[in-house]
Structures are given as C-alpha cells and as structure tokens.
Design a protein. Structure first.
Length: 158
C-alpha cells in the first residue's frame, strides 16, 4: 500500500475533491451527493465551513502538502448544522481503489478530533442503503445505527 498522509483541505484541493465526488457519483449507490460537483461548488463549501467545520484529505505519494506528486485518495467532511449548533454531519468518501485499507477510519479519527476540539456534542450522518462496507466502517468507528432505520441515519458518540 502506498504511503498515505492526511491533512486539512485547502482551497487548492477543490479540484481533487471534485474529482473524488465525480467518481463517487458515478457509482450505483452514491451517498450525500446527487450530482458531480464543480470545482467552484467545492471551493464554496470549503469557504462556508470556515474554522468550525472541516474537510480532511488523504494523499497517496508525494508530500503532505499535496503539491509534489500527491494524489487525493479521498476526503472526509465535518459539516455543521445551523439549526443545531452542537451537531455536525460526518461523511467520508474514497476513490474505489483506496477502499478497505483503513484510510476512511483514519479520516474519521481526524474529523472526530476536530469535532471535539470545536465543541460539537453530536455527530450524525447518512448510511447508504444496501452498503455492507459502509455499515462495517461505521461500526468500526463506533457508529450507532438503529436496527430499524428507515431514514438510514447514524450517530457517533463523542
């Protein structure tokens, strides 16, 4: 497995994040994204998150700053809820070639640490329908998924 480095995303990552979203949306069961996002949409998302929310990227090869030979293997986001200031939504997306290697778990750990540091008390998200790999991932990071879950939501303890 190539070396993976992790860091908080910057505006220069918008194009690579948009590429990951484009790959995920092309799959049969995309989660959270209903269309491929443009670079501008990702850049606005990063700007809107400011310091409270966060996007972290996983880079393969190259330097941790992503500028020398690094490719974004995936990313995770922690997006705040304006209606419930102590609640954030967690999501992690990886290019198919980088799944099942522990990368999503590490991204989630960075996001949960960020959530604790910024005073979030509740982490929620959507669980994809018929996605055993996502259910396994969420279980591994402590996700609480009700047995009967018509909205396919999960909650993580902090």
């Amino acid at each position: 497995m190539p070396d993976i480095t992790y860091r908080r995303a910057t505006p220069t990552d918008a194009e690579a994040i948009a590429d990951v979203i484009r790959e995920v949306v092309a799959e049969p069961n995309p989660v959270a994204f209903d269309h491929a996002w443009t670079v501008e949409e990702v850049a606005r998302w990063l700007q809107r998150l400011g310091d409270a929310g966060a996007i972290f990227v996983a880079l393969t090869g190259g330097q941790a700053d992503g500028q020398v030979g690094g490719k974004v293997a995936g990313f995770g986001s922690l997006d705040f809820d304006t209606q419930a200031p102590d609640t954030a939504t967690l999501g992690v997306w990886l290019r198919p070639a980088f799944r099942r290697r522990g990368i999503a778990t590490t991204l989630a750990e960075y996001l949960l640490e960020h959530a604790r540091e910024h005073g979030f008390r509740r982490i929620v998200g959507r669980l994809p329908d018929n996605n055993a790999a996502a259910l396994s991932f969420l279980s591994s990071i402590g996700g609480l998924v009700p047995i009967i879950n018509p909205e396919m939501r999960f909650e993580l303890p902090l």
